[in-house]
Design a protein. Structure first.
Length: 370
């Protein structure tokens, strides 16, 4: 890895993010089209934690207080939705509150961050189905659905178990991780996006394509959620089966990448080489690979960290809006939901967040949000 290179990029990011603070203002950003303007999304939406999370990472790495000040009130802003749940408050409270309340408490000791983080963890734990040992995805009529994305939300439960000295949260996280390992991760390291269970008996029904091309395809962002999420499960539990799962998924992901290291939105879509890329999947993979590199034996570590640096360098040099100061986002060419024809070839706030997280780690940050 070239730490000096990424230290320079972190300095470049400071200028970029300072401009984003001014331009984004009070918006809750999700996606920015060709005009570079982030569209506002109501703060109950699953992506609402990524912009403040990006600011907290910038504060953690630079120590500059204006990042902390810009991020400070977001946990309170989001927590109102825990008190009046909407159809958009669901399993992704991990994404929303790990990057706001929890990181705020970790970095500053703020007691409100602790309280809100534990409240969010209790909400997430309440979505657990003990018959099927899974955390229910979404709301509406999807009572028996679980999704691979939720592996990333489990860190909220592991954290809460430590903070509250209460193993119940950890038990739920472990049971969901075991279910994901059994029903989501395929032998070759590819993963399912959605799995449907009978909510009454807990019996497996079927795998669904979700945001992938088909039930048997390989949605690249889902692959990265699994890579990163199982690495986190190992970090919190020390159970080697989770580390093995993360490595298996990582090897599938890396073996499937095109030459420039930026995946198509689905590795198994027809003519995948000409399909839209997803820079958000690349950014998540880079940060997840760096977590994996910390967990494997020393002789294996360089393989994952070198790949992370290679992916992050490709994003930096070919997919970032450095020369467009009016552009509110960092990364270009993200793919949100291709089957629904939503947010194709756009900037995505979660892509920006995980890119900043990866660059911070590559330039020496040793902290963690997830």
């Amino acid at each position: 890895m070239d730490a000096l290179y990424f230290t320079t990029i972190m300095e470049r990011l400071q200028k970029k993010v300072d401009g984003m603070i001014v331009r984004i203002g009070d918006k809750c950003p999700e996606a920015a089209g060709s005009d570079g303007i982030y569209r506002h999304r109501e703060p109950d939406y699953w992506t609402s934690g990524f912009w403040p999370g990006l600011l907290w990472v910038m504060y953690a790495q630079t120590g500059k207080t204006h990042y902390k000040e810009a991020a400070w009130n977001w946990d309170a802003r989001l927590s109102q939705y825990l008190n009046k749940p909407t159809q958009e408050i669901h399993h992704d409270v991990g994404f929303q509150f790990l990057s706001t309340a929890v990181i705020k408490h970790k970095l500053t000791g703020d007691p409100e961050g602790l309280r809100i983080g534990l409240q969010a963890a209790s909400f997430l734990a309440g979505r657990f189905n003990p018959a099927g040992n899974f955390i229910r995805a979404w709301n509406y009529h999807f009572t028996g659905w679980a999704i691979i994305d939720c592996m990333m939300n489990l860190s909220l439960l592991f954290w809460a178990s430590e903070m509250a000295d209460d193993p119940r949260f950890k038990h739920i996280a472990v049971r969901h991780a075991d279910t994901a390992l059994q029903h989501f991760v395929r032998p070759d390291g590819s993963v399912n996006h959605i799995v449907s269970f009978d909510p009454e008996s807990g019996a497996f029904i079927e795998a669904l394509g979700g945001q992938g091309y088909s039930p048997t395809s390989a949605w690249s962002r889902g692959t990265t959620w699994a890579l990163y999420g199982f690495a986190n499960a190992y970090k919190y539990t020390g159970d080697a089966k989770y580390l093995d799962a993360s490595k298996r998924v990582a090897h599938f992901f890396l073996a499937s990448l095109p030459e420039n290291g930026i995946p198509p939105w689905d590795f198994r879509a027809p003519n995948a080489g000409s399909e839209p890329r997803d820079t958000s999947a690349a950014a998540i993979a880079a940060s997840g690979l760096l977590e994996l590199a910390k967990l494997v034996p020393a002789e294996e570590s360089g393989y994952y960290s070198d790949w992370a640096a290679r992916i992050a360098r490709s994003l930096t040099e070919h997919y970032a809006a450095w020369e467009q100061p009016e552009h509110e986002a960092i990364l270009l060419e993200g793919t949100g939901h291709k089957p629904a024809n939503t947010n194709i070839g756009v900037s995505l706030i979660y892509g920006d967040y995980f890119y900043v997280e990866a660059v911070a780690k590559l330039s020496g940050w040793t902290g963690a949000v997830y």
